[in-house]
Design a protein around this ligand. Structure first.
Ligand SMILES: Cc1cc2nc3c(=O)[nH]c(=O)nc-3n(C[C@H](O)[C@H](O)[C@H](O)COP(=O)(O)O)c2cc1C
Length: 167
């Protein structure tokens, strides 16, 4: 994640980082107000609206999550649900075309293919929301930065994906 952000900054991108755990983000209540509206806003007045606004303005997004119980964290799933305002009642997207998205996954299990089917499925809601291109980066086996940096394959992939995102 750090390497992705570093590359994006090196390439001249301006970066905004949100720590979901530090924010007040409630659960989607399926009120459908957002899909009936032409704007990308949620009826729940909490920190999610600022994230919606910044995603609408951004060229690229990185969603970073640890693997919890073979899937994304609860915090990440909650914000994902709250991105519904990017869609309309007919399920078309309000998102400006051309936006890129990266999912950066950290897992304790050393097998990097273990949860691939789960995160490949996440690419469906990405397309549904209107992201144009999606890439996946998986760091497995450790969360220790020094150890991760020794894993040349992950490090190189992070740099490659970071450059792609900042293009
Ligand atoms: C509630 C919980 C569930 C987890 N489930 C998995 C899992 O299914 N597979 C896995 O590889 N790691 C799992 N982990 C490990 C996390 O992915 C790991 O903690 C995360 O990558 C961050 O690493 P750290 O705890 O060493 O900082 C879980 C951790 C927690 C706290």
């Amino acid at each position: 994640m750090g390497e992705l952000l570093k590359i994006a900054k090196e390439k001249g991108g301006s970066v905004i980082v949100y720590q979901l755990n530090d924010l007040n983000i409630g659960w989607c209540q399926s009120c459908h107000t957002c899909v009936k509206s032409s704007t990308v806003t949620c009826a729940i007045k909490d920190d999610a609206n600022k994230i919606l606004e910044d995603i609408a303005d951004a060229d690229g997004i990185i969603f970073g999550t640890p693997v919890y119980m073979s899937s994304m964290s609860g915090q990440m799933k909650t914000i994902l649900d709250r991105l519904r305002p990017f869609t309309r009642e007919d399920n078309s997207s309000k998102m400006m075309p051309g936006k890129k998205v990266v999912w950066a996954i950290a897992q304790r299990n050393p097998d990097s293919t273990r949860y691939l089917p789960v995160f490949e499925k996440v690419m469906f809601p990405m397309k549904f929301l209107g992201f144009s291109e999606c890439r996946l980066l998986i760091a497995s086996g450790t969360s220790d930065l020094e150890e991760l940096l020794q894993q040349k394959e992950i490090f190189d992939k992070a740099r490659e994906i970071g450059s792609w995102l900042a293009e």
